[in-house]
Design a binder for this molecule. Structure first.
Ligand code: NAP
Length: 259
């Protein structure tokens, strides 16, 4: 690592990356890693103070980062993100969609229409709409990489997470559909499949004793993941070394999961 915080190899040098939901959790770890690997990174999330904190932290490490507020479920916020990318970076090579929500601990059939709308809007529709707004600028580069973030609950539904499980399974379809649609443009679309990570998002799960005991029996490495466990794979998937990989879903979950 050089004194600027950027890795000596800089595999993503001269690339511009947008990471949604990147002021905390795995989105933040991914943004930091992409910047350390040489990319100029646009961080974003719903709350201005979180954006300011994340940008200050990463710039304080000498990394090339700008930020803007973007609730991925709001069209005007997505448009502002596009404007920020163009104003500060002039184009785009990489999009990582990490923003995701789960407003309900409960069953699919117990969920209200409002809950379904929120989960599907943010987790499924937003990555597609975000990409369609950014695509013209990525196309101009003649290549690009997109990484969606789903969850092993897409493969093995968690009983308390009904609509969330469904939304993450839908992202599998989105990854494969987009990879087909965008291959002729030289844009690759892959998917990161996390297990349980020790972030705010999942504390309801990993702090639950019954869940944890069951988890330990089924996960070979017997620990929850840390945000940094995911960042290296995402950087690889966005790098030239992955130029022949598309349409894949790769689990990073302390155990072996496939679909
Ligand atoms: P986290 O630690 O709670 O961080 C979530 C980040 O996303 C924050 O920066 C938050 O900032 C932002 N955010 C939330 N809603 C947003 C929205 N509508 N638009 C834009 N930004 C938004 O969550 P995490 O654990 O890193 O989870 C990130 C992704 O990983 C999600 O897609 C989740 O489904 C997936 N995942 C997580 C786990 C796990 O165990 N944690 C497991 C599998 C998959 P603001 O509050 O400022 O918006």
């Amino acid at each position: 690592m050089s004194s600027s915080g950027i890795s000596q190899q800089a595999v993503l040098a001269n690339q511009v990356a947008v990471v949604t939901g990147s002021t905390d959790g795995i989105g933040f770890a991914i943004a930091r890693r992409l910047a350390r690997d040489g990319a100029r990174v646009v961080v974003s999330s719903r709350k201005q103070q979180n954006v300011d904190r994340a940008v200050a932290a990463l710039q304080g490490e000498g990394l090339s980062v700008v930020g803007t507020v973007c609730h991925v479920g709001k069209a005007e916020d997505r448009q502002r993100l596009v404007a920020t990318v163009l104003e500060h970076c002039g184009g785009l090579d990489i999009l990582v969609c990490s923003a995701g929500v789960n407003p309900l601990v409960g069953s699919a059939l117990g969920a209200s229409e409002q809950v379904w709308d929120k989960i599907l809007d943010v987790n499924v529709k937003a990555p597609a709409l975000m990409l369609s707004q950014l695509l013209p600028h990525m196309e101009k580069r003649g290549k690009g990489a997109v990484v969606l973030v789903f969850s092993i609950s897409a493969y093995m539904p968690v009983v308390q997470l009904g609509p969330y499980n469904v939304s993450k399974t839908a992202l599998l379809g989105l990854t494969r559909t987009l990879s087909l649609e965008l291959a002729p443009k030289g844009i690759r679309v892959n998917c990161l499949v996390p297990g349980v990570i020790n972030t705010d998002f999942s504390k309801v799960l990993y702090k639950d004793e019954v869940f944890w005991n069951n988890f330990k029996e089924n996960y070979q490495l017997q620990r929850v993941g840390h945000p940094e466990d995911y960042a290296g794979l995402v950087s690889f998937l966005c790098s030239p070394d992955a130029s022949y990989i598309t349409g894949e879903n790769i689990s990073v979950a302390g155990s072996s999961f496939h679909l």
